[in-house]
Structure formats: C-alpha cells, structure tokens
Ligand binder design. Structure first.
Ligand SMILES: *Cc1c(COP(=O)(O)O)cnc(C)c1O
Length: 415
C-alpha cells in the first residue's frame, strides 16, 4: 500500500482541468528514466515532449544551472548579457550556419509570435501585405497568433473571433500553396517535420518549391523548428534532415523545447539577408524574462553537449536501428513506422485497435498500457504514438524500449 498523497486532491481542487492527464506522478529523473512517487521506474521515451535531449538532470546542464544560479540569475534586457551573446553565436555559427540574428524568449508559442510579428512588419514595409500561409496538421502553439497559425479546427474551437490574415493550405501540396498566394501574402510558416500531427515530414520537392515561390514573390520562408530542432531528426537544423547542405536558406526560424533541456527558453532567428534582421528594431518587440543569464547558461550547456558529443550522429544511428527493428516485427497492430533520427512515429492500425480499445483512441489506449508496463511515449493524434527519447540513448536503452513496446503490443494482440 502506498502512503496517502494529499496532492491528488489538491491537483483536482486547485489546478485547472485543461489537461487530460495520466494518473502517473513522476518525482525524480536520471538519464532516460523517471521514478514516480511510489517508486515505480519508467523508461522515458516521451522526453517531456521532445524537451529533454540529454535525458533527465544531465550533469553538464545541472552544473551550468547551479553555477549560474550562484552567479547571476536575471538582469533585464536594458543591459548587455554575455551568456545571450554566446548562445546566439552558437545558434548562428554552429546550428543555422547562415548569417543572422537571434531573439530570446521563453517558449515555442512566443518564438512563433515573434516570427509572425516579423512577417507583419516586413509586409507593412513592402506594400501593406499581411497574409501568412500555414498548413493543415500544423501546430504552432496556444497564444492567439500561434493558435490561429495552427491550421487545426480543434485547436481554434470556441476562441473566435481569431485574428485575421491566416490562410491554410494542405500540407505538402505545392500547387495548392501556389494557388493560395495573393498580393496580400507576406510569409509562409511551416514545420519541416510536423510532430503533433504524427511525425509527417515535408517532402524535399515541397520545401524546394516553397522556397522558390518565396523568392519569386518576396515572401518570407519561416520554419517552425520548435520540435524538430537540435538533433531530434538527426541534424542541428531540422530542415537539413530533408535537404542537406545550404540549398534551403530560411528567412526566420523558431525554437524552444530541446534548447533548454526543460528550462523555459525559446528563440527565433532572422536572416541577415536584405536587412531582414533589422526589421524588428528598437522598441518593436520584447519580453521581460527572455534571454536571462540563467536560461542562456542552460541553453549553452545543452547545445554544447549535443554538438561536442556528436549526438546528431547517435540519433541517426539509433533511430534507424529502432525503425528497422520495429518494421521487422511485422506486428499487425503497427501500420507504419516513420523515422528521422530519434523522431519516431508509430502509426497504429486503428481498425485492429478498435476491437481492443473500444471508443478510446488507439494512441491513448496504447500509451496507457505502456505506462502500466513502465514506459512513457507521447500520443500524436488518435492513431500515432511518438518516441522522443533522449538523443544520447545507448543501444541497450533502445533494446529496452523495443522490448517493452513489442511485449505490450503482443499482449494487446493476444487479448
Ligand atoms: C510544442 C510546439 C510549439 C509550442 O511550444 P510551446 O513551448 O508549448 O509554446 C510550437 N511549434 C511546434 C512545432 C511545437 O512542437
């Protein structure tokens, strides 16, 4: 018997009920593992939804966090912050590798808001254009601008009227994109790999075509790398997992999630090309917390570790091995495995699950069964579960995940 936990009552009495939570209470983590308040151990391949690229409590990050906390936690952006300069240098020189400038904020939605403001301002300066094109199945965050950019009705539900100026186009449909561009269009915002909709990558043809249209019509090519950035798909810059090298030259990029190892930190980058990085000049944009010494110290430690330990290579190798193993099972409950680096989407056979899970979405049903068996994954829509493991997992961790996953699928199939 576990001891009584008063927090169970407090959570339902005092915390807004906006999340459908699993009844699991993690209290401690180390590497790819977490332990709940009753001492049960889980293999965490959910990673806080792609937020923990180095696993839980990674020593270099804990060291940077504690040292910086003992030195200087926060000063305002009225002053010059050395850690911000250093983090921006790493982002520009070692991640994007295209001349540009960064702004620091606290979350993915905020980073996208910055890109949306950049686009609006640029549009004002170039003939009064304001329409921003986004894509079905996208996810850009929950603030008004980012929510409206998110082309999913279920995310908009009940919050209208939404801000005007957003146009939605089917994902990966270049003809539809071309047809949607008007003389009011100023930018397109796209995720190189859509995470929330179930790990769907842009095609190289689409990305190439989108860039060509942007150049022809003077539109900004904005990439939401909040989930795919920093090695998740096997490259520091997520779009290079689709088209390697320098062919794609985005105008703006948003980041959050992995950049802070769980410390709230977001950023966006703007290309120096055609003075785009001067569009948001003094007084146009800001935030109180963004880019604090503490947040940036954590960001530096996170990115340095990913870069110095070559975790992109590890993500590619481990991810490919996991996908190959999963495909070789020929498990009828799995319809398809989509994999880029350690961004792995398991598309479930919804029909086959229906007989087992009843009205419950297959992804939710499977995620619960996996929790019972000691493994965390993240649903992405009704029929996909995502593995978003740390980028530094070993072959043994991968084996462990595959073994739990297969065991649970086999037992569901046999039930
Ligand atoms: C998570 C996510 C966001 C929103 O980030 P928040 O930090 O929750 O605001 C935006 N875009 C993508 C692609 C995401 O995965």
């Amino acid at each position: 018997m576990s001891a009584p936990h008063p927090e169970t009552q407090w959570l339902s009495q005092y915390v807004l009920p906006n999340y459908g939570r699993y009844d699991v209470w993690p209290v401690r983590g180390e590497g790819p593992y977490v332990w709940d308040r009753d001492g049960k151990k889980y293999l965490d391949f959910a990673g806080g939804v792609a937020v923990c690229p180095l696993g839980h409590c990674p020593p270099p990050v804990v060291k940077a966090l504690t040292e910086q906390a003992n030195t200087l936690i926060h000063v305002s952006n009225w002053y010059c912050i050395d850690k911000q300069a250093e983090l921006a240098r790493i982002l520009v020189e070692e991640c994007v590798q295209i001349p540009g400038k960064c702004f620091f904020c606290n979350s993915g939605a905020e980073a996208n808001e910055g890109l949306l403001k950049l686009a609006r301002k640029y549009g004002q300066q170039t003939g009064g254009r304001y329409e921003i094109i986004t894509f079905t199945g996208s996810f850009h965050g929950r603030t008004f601008g980012a929510m409206t950019a998110t082309a999913q009705e279920k995310i908009h539900g009940g919050f209208g009227p939404l801000p005007p100026g957003f146009v939605y186009v089917p994902f990966n449909d270049l003809q539809a994109l071309e047809a949607a561009i008007t003389d009011k269009t100023v930018a397109i915002l796209v995720e190189p790999v859509q995470g929330e909709s179930g790990v769907h990558a842009v095609t190289a043809e689409f990305l190439r075509g989108a860039q060509r249209l942007c150049r022809e019509k003077d539109l900004l090519l904005l990439l939401d790398e909040v989930q795919v950035g920093f090695g998740r798909a096997g490259e520091m810059a997520g779009w290079r997992s689709i088209i390697p090298g320098d062919e794609i030259q985005p105008d703006g990029i948003s980041w959050a999630k992995a950049i802070g190892s769980g410390f709230p930190l977001g950023s966006f980058w703007v290309n120096d090309r055609r003075d785009l990085s001067k569009v948001l000049g003094p007084g146009t944009h800001g935030t109180t917390y963004g880019g604090s010494p503490l947040a940036c110290a954590v960001g530096i430690a996170t990115l340095r570790t990913i870069l110095d330990e070559k975790l992109c290579d590890n993500a590619k190798t481990r991810g490919a091995a996991i996908a190959a193993a999963g495909r070789a099972w020929n498990q009828p409950l799995i319809k398809e495995v989509r994999q880029l680096g350690l961004f792995i989407g398991w598309e479930l056979n919804a029909e086959a699950f229906k007989a087992k899970a009843g009205d419950k979405p297959a992804s939710i049903f499977l995620a619960q069964k996996l929790l019972d068996a000691g493994m965390m994954v993240t649903p992405a829509g009704p029929n996909v579960v995502r593995w978003l493991s740390p980028l530094n997992i070993t072959a043994q961790h991968a084996e462990e995940g595959l073994s739990i996953f297969k065991g649970v699928l086999d037992s569901i199939a046999a039930s």
